[in-house]
Design a binder for this molecule. Structure first.
Ligand code: B1M
Length: 210
């Protein structure tokens, strides 16, 4: 129906207040919470991801859209049964050891959540041990490593080596990203994938867990 299009459109333009208002109205009039998410909020965010990828939207706008989407999600979530919560899979995300840049990594996290993934965010300066511990605790399908410095990229290799030593390498997919990262580097260190931007990271995770 029409409210779903309004909802998607409000996510696209990043109007958090409007998204909350439309979501609340939909809830009050008895709309299905799953429908609100799957046919309103997520389609809106999908458009944002696609536009960001081709350079038609920029980081600040994407952050506003993600915030708007989350505003709607917060209203709908309490109404969902656990099994209804969209779970595309679980991703443990962190910026690698020695690296404090987290804007891009957080954007990747928000996009993943918007696409229905459960995200465990380890924050910045996350060394191999931290990833190892998180894999044991959360059993994610994927770990995502972000690095913005040429000097910290090598920590990605270290993390993969530690996974091998612990016999966990075949239990989890490893994806990497960040400004200095390339597909060549991913191949070189034996990562399962590389994504140049947040929308591509979501596509990559969907592909790896399909
Ligand atoms: Co820093 N910094 N910084 N910095 N900083 C860069 C990265 C730099 C390129 C600037 C420059 O010199 N031109 C340079 C790195 C040079 C190099 O190694 N090649 C640099 C440097 C040198 C440094 C310091 C060493 C400076 C100093 O102190 N002398 C220092 C290091 C601190 C540390 O980490 N130990 C430092 C510090 C900082 C601040 C703290 C001031 C701040 C970070 C704040 C924060 O993140 N909370 C900062 C910032 C903001 C930048 C720039 C300006 C912007 C980075 C950013 O957020 N971009 C950056 C220059 C630039 O890039 N123009 C720079 C926006 C973000 C959305 O993009 O992170 O690329 P990005 O993420 C993208 C993709 O890369 C991808 O998706 C995102 C969205 O599309 N992506 C992934 C990212 N992670 C991914 C993971 C994936 C998949 C995709 O899968 C898991």
């Amino acid at each position: 129906s029409n409210y779903l299009e309004d909802l998607a459109q409000s996510v696209i333009v990043g109007q958090e207040d409007r998204v909350k208002q439309l979501t609340q109205q939909a809830i009050d009039s008895g709309a299905d919470p799953v429908e609100i998410i799957n046919q309103g909020l997520i389609p809106g965010m999908n458009v944002v991801g696609a536009r960001f990828k081709v350079g038609q939207m920029f980081v600040p706008e994407v952050l506003m859209s993600a915030r708007a989407m989350n505003g709607g999600m917060e209203l709908v979530k309490p109404l969902l049964l656990d099994e209804e919560l969209p779970t595309a899979g679980k991703v443990v995300l962190g910026t690698v050891k020695g690296d404090l840049h987290d804007i891009g990594k957080n954007l990747v996290g928000m996009m993943l959540e918007s696409a229905g993934f459960t995200v465990v965010n380890l924050g910045v300066d996350a060394g191999p041990d931290k990833f190892l511990q998180a894999i044991k605790e959360h059993k994610p399908g994927i770990i995502g490593l972000s690095a913005l410095l040429t000097t910290t990229m090598l920590s990605m290799k270290d993390t993969i080596e530690v996974l091998k030593e612990e016999g966990l390498r075949d239990k989890v997919k490893v994806i990497i990203g960040g400004a200095p990262i390339s597909q060549d580097f991913a191949d070189e260190i034996g990562a399962d994938g590389f994504a140049p931007d947040a929308a591509s990271a979501t596509d990559l995770c969907k592909k790896l867990l399909a």
